[in-house]
Ligand binder design. Structure first.
Ligand code: SF4
Ligand code: SF4
Length: 489
């Protein structure tokens, strides 16, 4: 047995004006779960503590709580000393008991056809990834779209897709999903990453429903315009100035010895809207021994079409991009756009002839020339498609800390992804405003991120400069050069 101290968020709406925190120390066995700690507190110290549980084996979903801000099942999560435990982020009935009913009531029920239809094995296999839900609502508690719209939420969307795949069901699940906010999902992937059953709702339900909606003519007009532009130009952003690809040679050699050679995939935003960030990246790579090959015939990765369910032209884009790098014998493709990187890594065939690496991964893997430290307080916005889509969280921080003082803020979606900025600008603005508020709280003088969509969107919601990680590194190198030059004079 050992002592375990935890702090619990308490609230009894019949007695308390506002929630408060209470700290307890109890004796629990080695390897105790959070639920064991709650039992120990309830049984030995405080019988007024309310929490919910049933199966205690990860099967019923009733004991979902937040531990240090992350939604988990109390029965499965190993308890850690000095943790803070609160209810999941829904209306609270008492203490750790969240009100699940209003959300669960919106999850669609099976509506059987009159005639008996037997599902085929293929139907059952297709439904399988969506049927393990235990209705814990961890996903719902983290969904940003639900905070600012009437979106019915990820598990209800999962159920719509599950029923759409079931030949025995008689509902019109696609039009129901459109009515319930199908196009408000930002593709942030938060729901998937907290799901104890690892149900991939964004890719396996929402994008699939959007593809079915596309066949039925429900795609939003703005998304149709983007798809038409991609078909016409190979790019999802119109050309309004000289592109990055027009400004650079096909091969950029580093200043010193070559540590690695990569093929650069620039992406539409850095090619046509935020060219300077991509040019900054080339300068940073030159200083760090990376030889860069930049094929000019590369096209859009397909992400804007995949996320909005417009799949007709996606295989052609994939084919062209794969052939572009393959034909040059490139075995490593470098991305600096979180969305492109996630798409190339996760939506392109696993057996493609190259590996894909994000620029933060590359620079930390090979190590960088030390930049000068700037007297600047910065905060970092985690792009959803980098942190959740590629699992890249620590590397940008490792780089940033070499140049500026980093102040952390909560990792929340800025609202620009999943076609929301173009298709639902009011929602995107509401989420951007929330991001702007969090930035303000940090007192940072500069906002750093690693995605052009985040960069561009956040710029509209803060009065601070917003920069890619590489641009901040370059600032550090320029200051280093300036100091060196000043020493000589
Ligand atoms: S991907 Fe993000 S916005 Fe979409 S349903 Fe999941 S949590 Fe909500
Ligand atoms: S989809 Fe996953 S997180 Fe959401 S309610 Fe079901 S089991 Fe819980």
């Amino acid at each position: 047995m050992k002592d375990m101290t935890v702090t619990i968020k308490r609230f009894d709406p019949d007695k308390d004006r506002r929630p408060y925190f209470q700290t307890y120390t109890v004796k629990v066995n080695e390897g105790a779960r959070v639920l064991n700690v709650l039992h120990a507190i309830h049984d030995t110290l405080d019988p007024t503590l309310s929490y919910r549980y049933s199966c205690a084996s990860g099967q019923c979903g009733s004991c979902a709580v937040r531990v240090n801000g992350e939604p988990v099942l109390a029965c499965m999560e190993e308890a850690k000393d000095k943790s803070t435990i609160g209810p999941i982020n829904l209306a609270v009935k008492k203490d750790l008991v969240a009100d699940l009913l209003p959300t669960l009531e919106q999850v669609a029920s099976f509506f059987p056809k009159k005639d008996i239809v037997l599902p085929k094995k293929a139907d059952i296999d297709a439904i399988k990834p969506l049927r393990d839900c235990i209705e814990c609502l961890c996903c719902v508690s983290v969904c940003p779209a639900m905070d600012v719209t009437k979106f019915i939420g990820p598990t209800a969307m999962r159920q719509e897709m599950r029923l759409a795949l079931d030949p025995r069901d008689n509902g019109d699940r696609v039009s129901d999903a459109v009515r319930d906010g199908l196009f408000t999902c930002t593709s942030c992937q938060a729901c998937w990453k907290v799901c104890p059953k690892e149900i991939e709702t964004p890719g396996k339900a929402i994008e699939k429903l959007r593809a079915l909606a596309n066949k039925r003519g429900f795609t939003l007009p703005r998304h149709l315009e983007v798809a038409a532009l991609v078909k016409e130009t190979g790019r999802s952003v119109p050309r309004t100035a000289e592109s990055f690809l027009e400004q650079v040679p096909e091969v950029i050699e580093p200043y010193g010895p070559v540590k690695a050679t990569v093929g650069f995939f620039v992406g539409c935003m850095y090619n046509l809207r935020q060219q300077q960030s991509a040019l900054d990246a080339m300068e940073v790579l030159k200083r760090n021994g990376i030889r860069v090959i930049i094929p000019k015939e590369q096209v859009c990765c397909g992400s804007p079409l995949i996320r909005t369910g417009q799949l007709d032209y996606v295989d052609e884009l994939k084919r062209r991009n794969i052939e572009t790098y393959k034909s040059r014998g490139i075995d490593t493709v470098l991305t600096m756009c979180a969305g492109c990187g996630s798409t190339l890594k996760n939506d392109y065939p696993a057996e493609k002839p190259f590996k894909v690496i994000d620029i933060n991964e590359l620079l930390t893997q090979y190590g960088i020339e030390q930049p000068a430290k700037l007297n600047l307080k910065a905060t970092y916005h985690d792009p959803c498609h980098l942190m959740r889509g590629q699992g890249v969280r620590d590397q940008p921080r490792e780089l940033i800390r070499q140049v500026v003082d980093l102040v952390e803020m909560p990792a929340i979606c800025c609202g620009s992804g999943g076609g929301v900025r173009s298709g639902n600008p009011e929602e995107a603005a509401a989420l951007g405003k929330r991001r702007g508020t969090e930035i303000k709280k940090t007192g940072a003088e500069v906002v750093i991120t690693s995605c052009p969509f985040c960069e561009f969107h956040i710029m509209g919601h803060t009065d601070k400069p917003v920069k890619h990680v590489v641009s901040v590194l370059l600032d550090g190198y320029r200051e280093k050069d300036r100091l060196k030059a000043a020493e000589k004079t």
